[in-house]
Design a protein around this ligand. Structure first.
Ligand code: GGG
Length: 326
């Protein structure tokens, strides 16, 4: 029986790069079936809700979901969708590719971002006309679950260990709990875990990203630091991601809707297509996943390239080149 993939393009360039990723998946010898679902600004305008119940239910029950991008409705769309698939970790590889002009061509990082709590927990309140508050929840349970995953991830990937990025010299209770919980699990598994303050990490990774490999971080820090790493490797058009839960997962490029270029057909589809490769790997189509990665890498090296990488090719031209190289 074919595995069911829910496709949620979202808004902006999500509507251009997600079909590109589906085209790549369709051109492979894999038993997948695609079901399109809506979410985002446009559907909110027409129906009053950014995430229809049907889309949430489909994502929750499908074998995997491929998501595009969200803009103004990020909190109403992407956070519930990540919850729908039960994901507790957002895996964000940030890698420099041959042929791409990168600030730091040796960059090869993977962020493992806590995906359920922290300041992303939605505990925001307007107390008065002048005062708003945010309650940040950090649990040992969620931190340990992430750490268990990180230990498995470094063992499977042949890494020496991982780095915990935190800010526990200031947020002693919340980031302190996070760091100690992750360190404890690492010690139980005899996995080497060093740690670094988030602000120091930001400087050190720009100066020499080869000091780091797998980086385990709280939710918002993972979002910000992975975007920073995108700047080191040539831009957000290159970073894929996977939101993984115990029985389900959602795959999305790290980038957002890019309203400045949306609708022009010039967005870089690489991040979405590399996200599709992560989906293939998750569904245990390892050979197909490798073929897609190699085709993307060859295209990044030999062209054609979109404008963000100094070229003038369209999304369709780059996608076709990738399909031709499969
Ligand atoms: N494709 C992911 C996306 O739409 N990113 C925009 C965004 O605001 N992301 C926030 C997040 O990843 O937590």
């Amino acid at each position: 029986m074919n595995q069911e993939i829910v496709v949620v393009p979202g808004d902006g360039i999500g509507r251009e790069v997600t079909p590109a990723a589906v085209e790549v998946l369709r051109s492979l010898d894999v038993e997948l079936e695609f079901l399109e679902a809506e979410a985002g600004d446009a559907v909110k305008e027409s129906t009053g809700t950014a995430l229809p119940e049907e889309t949430y239910d489909l994502a929750a029950s499908a074998d995997a979901t491929l998501f595009g991008a969200t803009g103004e409705t990020a909190a109403d769309v992407i956070l519930p969708l990540r919850e729908a698939v039960g994901s507790f970790v957002n895996i964000r590889p940030a890698k420099a590719y041959p042929g791409v002009d990168a600030l730091q061509p040796e960059t090869d990082l993977v962020f493992l971002r806590e995906n359920t709590e922290g300041v992303y927990g939605g505990n925001e309140h307007r107390l008065t006309e002048d005062v708003s508050t945010l309650t940040r929840v950090v649990t040992g349970t969620a931190s340990r679950r992430l750490a268990e995953f990180a230990c498995e991830y470094v063992a499977d990937g042949g890494y020496d260990g991982f780095t915990i990025a935190h800010k526990d010299n200031v947020m002693r209770e919340t980031d302190g709990r996070f760091r100690k919980a992750v360190e404890g699990v690492a010690a139980d598994h005899a996995v080497e875990a060093d740690d670094v303050l988030i602000d120091a990490f930001a400087t050190r990774v720009c100066l020499d990203p080869t000091q780091f490999g797998v980086v385990v971080c709280p939710n918002l820090a993972g979002d910000v630091l992975s975007d920073l790493a995108a700047g080191l490797v040539g831009g957000l058009g290159l970073l894929p991601s996977a939101n993984v839960g115990p029985n389900n997962a959602l795959f999305e490029p790290v980038h957002g809707t890019a309203p400045d270029i949306a609708g022009e057909g010039v967005a870089n589809p690489s991040a979405a297509i590399l996200s599709a490769a992560m989906l293939l790997e998750y569904l245990e189509y390892d050979v197909a996943a490798d073929r897609v990665r190699t085709a993307v890498e060859t295209t990044l090296e030999e062209g054609p390239r979109t404008a963000d990488l100094g070229g003038n090719a369209s999304t369709d031209e780059v996608t076709q080149a990738i399909v031709d190289r499969l």
